[in-house]
Design a binder for this molecule. Structure first.
Ligand SMILES: Nc1nc2c(ncn2[C@@H]2O[C@H](COP(=O)(O)OP(=O)(O)OP(=O)(O)O)[C@@H](O)[C@H]2O)c(=O)[nH]1
Length: 324
């Protein structure tokens, strides 16, 4: 197998692009007949789901983010304009385009929709082809933007976040956590005897190994806001917001065990298989800590794990236990 083939295979699996038919549109309308009509029209081009109760929308979107929301304005409880404002203020839903559908066509209402963050506005009675084309145009723009974001923030070999993400997004996360008096757990990870692996099995096998290790590490992340970055060649850093020292230690240990359990042969290692070493720290929940400092502290623990014989985790808890 040539190197080009291996890269192409990995990239294809990572960037298998999402098409219009894979997009999910959420229709929110308290009137059943109107909801059914819009859902039927859009189901020809996208996957459609609906909610009659606007109070359930935020919770629904946080759990299963749609690609676009079609929103009625006049609904009981919370009206569509207020709901749109809430969606735009929520960092998990702010990027989702909202299309209003309403029979109320006065200029003041239209203006309120734009101010609330609407991407488009369709008048009732709905003309099917107009709705389809507007939704299609917005989704195509969103798909292009999603792909660009993916390419900007993701490492092409492993599909993990890259260093650009690390130094643009994590400092913002740290500041927010600090404001909320919450900690950030940081784990630095390095594959053991990886030079020997490359020397014995070749660079292409090395790439495949990196990809498998990366996916396995990612599978151990417990929460939707936890992230993992390819820090360098065979180094990874893990970020666990709002985590205790104990939780951070457990996740780090799970990662060390999961990689050993993959049982990828590595004759260059005394254990005969691919393993990782890891070091972790927890940021203080009060003053905003410096990201570089946290990374270098976690890196020192990683270095200790290497010195202690590799294939293990070391961190601030172990240090405290030793001191006792
Ligand atoms: N296949 C492949 N290898 C890489 C990539 N990035 C870095 N490496 C290799 O990773 C190896 C890292 O080697 P070292 O820093 O000596 O680390 P090590 O052999 O794992 O030694 P210890 O960490 O002490 O166990 C080098 O041989 C790099 O060429 C990559 O993208 N693909």
């Amino acid at each position: 197998m040539t190197q080009t083939t291996a890269y192409t295979t990995l990239e294809a699996s990572v960037y298998a692009s999402k098409g219009l038919a894979d997009c999910k549109v959420l229709v929110v309308d308290d009137e059943q007949s109107s909801c059914l009509l819009i859902t039927t029209i859009l189901s020809d081009i996208v996957q459609c789901e609906f909610l009659h109760d606007p109070a359930r929308v935020i919770d629904y979107c946080e759990k299963q983010p749609p690609d676009l929301i079609v929103l009625d304005i006049n609904m009981p409880g919370i009206n569509g304009i207020e709901l749109c404002q809430q969606l735009k203020q929520n960092r998990n839903t702010s990027a989702c385009p909202v299309v209003f559908i309403t029979g109320d066509g006065n200029a003041e209402t239209q203006n309120k929709c734009w101010q609330a963050g609407a991407s488009d506005y369709v008048r009732k009675p709905v003309v099917a082809s107009t709705l389809v084309h507007r939704v299609k145009n917005l989704l195509q723009s969103k798909l292009r933007l999603d792909l660009l974001t993916e390419l900007t923030f993701k490492d092409q070999l492993t599909a993990l976040y890259n260093r650009y993400y690390l130094f643009t997004e994590i400092p913002t996360q740290l500041k927010r956590l600090s404001r909320e008096s919450k900690s950030l757990g940081v784990i630095m990870i390095d594959i053991d005897y990886f030079k020997g692996f490359n020397d014995r099995y070749g660079h292409v096998a090395g790439d495949k190994c990196l990809f498998d290790v990366a996916q396995t590490l990612k599978d151990q992340l417990p929460g939707p806001h936890d992230s993992i970055v390819r820090f360098g060649g065979e180094e990874f850093s893990v970020f666990l917001p709002d985590t205790t020292q104990e939780e951070c230690r457990n996740i780090g240990q799970r990662m060390v065990d999961a990689i050993a359990n993959l049982s990828i042969d590595n004759e260059a290692s005394p254990l005969g298989k691919v393993t990782i070493s890891a070091g972790y720290v927890i940021s203080p929940p009060t003053n905003t800590p410096d990201l570089e400092q946290l990374l270098s502290e976690a890196d020192l623990y990683l270095y200790e794990a290497k010195l202690a014989g590799k294939a293990r985790l070391t961190g601030s808890t172990e240090k405290q236990n030793q001191a006792c």
